[in-house]
Write a protein that binds this ligand. Sequence first.
Ligand code: F6P
Length: 336
Amino acid sequence: MDNPNPKPIKRIGVLTSGGDAPGMNAAVRAVVRTALKQGIECVGIRRGWSGLINTDFMRLDNSSVSHIMNKGGTILYTARCMEFMTREGREKAIATCKMLGLDGIVAIGGDGTFRGALALTRQIAESGYYLPVVGIPATIDNDIGCSNYTIGFDTAANTAIECIDKLRDTMQSHERCSVVEVMGRHAGFLALYVGISVGATAVLIPEREVDFEQDVVEKIRRARLGGTTHFMVVVAEGAGSAVEIGKQIHEAIGIDPRVTVLGHIQRGGAPTGRDRETASRMGYEAVQALLSGKGNRIIGTKAGALTDMDMEEALAMEKKLEMYRYEVLEALTPGI
Ligand code: F6P
């Protein structure tokens, strides 16, 4: 929905919501710095959408966002807010938007963050108040349909790769099998990217039905017949539990795997250059989208360039894992 009564944007809110992702701070900084240069005031809404419900906010100026670019996490805190899913919760949030006199919001997060944004703007429109929200995709899962890339993915992937490289050292010395679970929620983007990058023996992803005998056991056997004496199995959390896979491997071939669940370590740490730079461009672009009066949008990347798309259309898009990447993985695993 485009702005029916265009008026200058004077004050915007910025928030981070859902699971944090390295690079969120760089996005906040870019939004604030771009807005201030245009004479727009910035209000940081703390703890995601719940900050609007609980009037939990802070003024943001140039110095509030100094030296945050290199920091993981989010200076605005984040939360997953169940109350915001209710009409009553959003009514409280709307009261805060009106009280603060917000002309727009930049919401940094994933799918749930954007669905919340859409519900808020629809409800607020019922009271004749126009409040556009621009979304910036930030999640280590890289599972946002309208964007090839989401902030945080590169850092999380590199963290997982570094951890698995370390595991490989000890697995190699002891000639063991390692089963490593990586995050990604319902998607296998992170697991497959990491699996290719560490030269995994096998990778299990939710997008591909697992045939345990063919996809795990046979791959370990082939690697062994090809001369390898240690094995790395990467499991996307959405494809199953690494603990269970470890037990099944033991039952099937008698080896005794060591299991590691990487967990939230993947969400922390200083963002990589790619995440800082992408977040900076996306933050800049989000403010431009608000200024253009285009309405609810989600910023995305396509072939390296930035795009912005209507939020409703963007949320209807499904992101498919390119299965050729799985073929690459299989082509490179050791075997006979
Ligand atoms: O969406 C990011 C993510 O880290 C997923 O990969 C994971 O499934 C989930 O969040 C974990 O959420 P929480 O931090 O609530 O445990």
